[in-house]
Design a protein around this ligand. Structure first.
Ligand code: RIB
Length: 285
């Protein structure tokens, strides 16, 4: 079984299902409100675990009841939470999410305790792979990558400045098309692989500007795209660490991401490996 350490965020997602996403200055009503465990780090950790890896999450939460709610499915799913720190006098991260009937969303994050995740407080464990995202301080990501000896995957989301050392160190960078445009030519500093996702249109995996693979995901009826990118990230890192070839790894990741859009909420939607393989079989991809 592959071992993965995830350094990242834990959020409680407050999800309003709306008939239409609000335009700037617009109020929409008649939403239905739900609470789900989320956060890009936590989602990627649980996704990797459900897909078959041994996973440890390094994260920070507040000393509040939201932390218990946010960690519940990780705990139930068997993710190692022994290095999740509880910080006093700060709230657990919270995400305000609106989802429309096509599954599209708007997300606003109040990071709270996620901002407190500093590498000098962390013991970086041995593992085959490390996955990071940018909802925690970017210098933590840079220092974790420098200290870690295994396969280093960074999901550059949400888009923000990162030290060039992160791009140079990463074996795998993952961006969506909006993030790819935001980073532009700075991604040329990567000598590892870059996966760019295009939602229902699929994904491309490149190295040094050359295509390694291009894949379209299976068609699904999307209910909520929240955490589809997190699932894709976990699945691609895991498949590559397992030794799958780029094309096969990208196909698995696209199917995993698509599978995660079929259920409302971030962590309730994360598929098991069997569910992903069944979707691939049904779609004959
Ligand atoms: O990637 C999806 C996640 O982004 C949500 O779960 C939310 O918490 C935000 O961090």
């Amino acid at each position: 079984m592959s071992s993965i350490v995830v350094i990242g965020s834990v959020n409680l997602d407050l999800v309003a299902t709306v008939k239409k996403l609000p335009a700037p200055g617009e109020t929409v009503t008649d939403a239905e409100l739900n609470r789900f465990p989320g956060g890009k780090g936590a989602n990627q950790a649980l996704a990797a675990k459900r897909l078959g890896a041994e996973v440890q999450l390094l994260a920070c939460v507040g000393d509040d009841s939201a932390a218990d709610e946010a960690l519940a499915l990780l705990r139930e799913g068997g993710v190692d939470l022994s290095e999740v720190r509880v910080e006093a006098d700060i709230s657990t991260g919270t995400a305000l999410i609106a989802v429309d009937p096509s599954g599209e969303n708007h997300i606003v994050v109040a990071p709270g305790a996620n901002k407190k995740l500093a590498t000098d407080l962390l013991r970086i464990p041995d593992a085959e792979a490390m996955i990071c995202q940018l909802e925690v301080p970017t210098d933590t990501v840079a220092r974790a990558g420098a200290e870690f000896g295994g396969f280093f995957c960074v999901n550059l989301a949400p888009a923000q400045h990162v030290d060039v050392s992160v791009l140079q160190r990463a074996d795998l960078i993952i961006v969506n098309e909006t993030e790819a445009a935001w980073y532009g030519e700075s991604l040329d500093a990567c000598s590892g692989m870059i996966a760019t996702t295009f939602g229902a249109a699929g994904a491309v995996l490149t190295r040094n500007g050359e295509d390694l693979a291009r894949v379209k995901p299976p068609r699904v009826d999307a209910i909520d795209t929240t955490a589809a990118g997190d699932t894709f990230t976990a699945a691609l890192a895991l498949a590559l660490v397992e030794g799958q070839q780029p094309e096969s790894a990208l196909r698995f990741a696209c199917a995993a991401g698509a599978a995660a859009t079929r259920t409302l909420g971030a962590q309730p939607s994360l598929p098991t490996r069997q569910e992903v393989l069944r979707l691939m079989e049904d779609a004959a991809i």
